[in-house]
Design a protein around this ligand. Structure first.
Ligand code: ARG
Length: 276
């Protein structure tokens, strides 16, 4: 009897002890995570700048434009990035790179955030965190104006040479929806547009607003009127995983821009600028 109760007592002490240990372990983990988060935003504040990664070949989101004889990167994504920097209270530095290098740049800390018309896909959510979505994009097919009526349905595209930007959702759309297409994927949309103009590819899968921006500046190009590639995609800001404080601050900026129609104005202005 005595043995049994001391056995129970020992067991209870052991259980209590391990519970305490588990409790401590959790606390410590949370503590470290908190520290990392704090340093990340603190680092940005300390450096007095936040570094944006983008791919400025995507009007009206982000594109190069001569302004007063000077090459500048403009677009509605850039305006959103400026507002985020402003709300954090730091300068904005822009790094223009290939779209398919952006997530690696986030991972290595080469950039602090990515605003690049990036679709918040489930696959990308495995490796980065996203803000709330601030835009929706659909895809279409950019073709030579001469071929406007050549393609009456997706079936007419079978086996053709189709371009898409490397590492984008549009590359997947081309692969999945166009039977037997020979996909040409290049790092820059600008190079793909040249391929199309030079008849090296038959069509280019592109987000509709981007296709429209190129159409407005290239009369020999048009959005194929009968090709519906459907599939709307939510666009969001990407941040390195595990930095909730930064996600929260960015979401607050997006909320502000969406609630007072500022974002709509950014989009209208950028669209006008991309058509000039
Ligand atoms: N929304 C597409 C994606 O996330 C294409 C984005 C391309 N962006 C750019 N700046 N070129 O895959």
């Amino acid at each position: 009897m005595k043995n049994k109760s001391s056995y129970i007592a020992i067991m209870m002490i052991a259980i209590l002890f391990s519970l305490t240990l588990i409790g401590c372990g959790n606390k410590q983990d949370a503590q470290t995570a908190d520290d990392e988060v704090a340093t990340s935003l603190d680092k940005i504040k300390e450096a007095n700048k936040i570094v944006l990664g983008t791919s400025a070949d995507y009007p009206p989101y982000e594109f190069h434009k001569q302004i007063d004889g000077k090459d500048e990167i403009v677009g509605f994504d850039i305006e959103v990035a400026k507002e985020i920097a402003k709300d954090i209270g730091v300068e904005l530095e822009i790094k223009d790179m290939d779209f398919d290098g952006l997530l690696a740049a986030l991972d290595t800390g080469n950039v602090d955030f990515v605003v690049a018309g990036m679709s918040a896909t489930e696959e990308r959510k495995q490796s980065v965190d996203f803000s709330k979505e601030y835009y929706m994009e659909d895809s279409g097919l950019l073709v030579l104006t001469d071929n406007k009526d050549k393609y009456q349905s997706i079936a007419d595209l079978e086996g053709l040479n189709i371009g898409a930007q490397k590492g984008t959702v549009q590359e997947e759309v081309a692969e999945e929806q166009i039977e037997g297409a020979r996909i040409k994927s290049l790092a820059k949309v600008t190079d793909l547009v040249l391929e199309l103009k030079n008849n090296k590819i038959d069509g280019l899968v592109l987000a509709i607003p981007v296709a429209e921006a190129y159409v407005s500046r290239h009369p020999d190009l048009i959005l194929a009127p009968h090709i519906d590639l459907g599939q709307g995609d939510g666009i969001a800001v990407a941040i390195k995983k595990g930095n909730q404080e930064l996600v929260d601050i960015i979401n607050a900026t997006i909320d502000r821009l969406m609630s007072d129609d500022t974002l709509d104005k950014f989009i209208q202005d950028a669209t006008a600028l991309s058509e000039e």
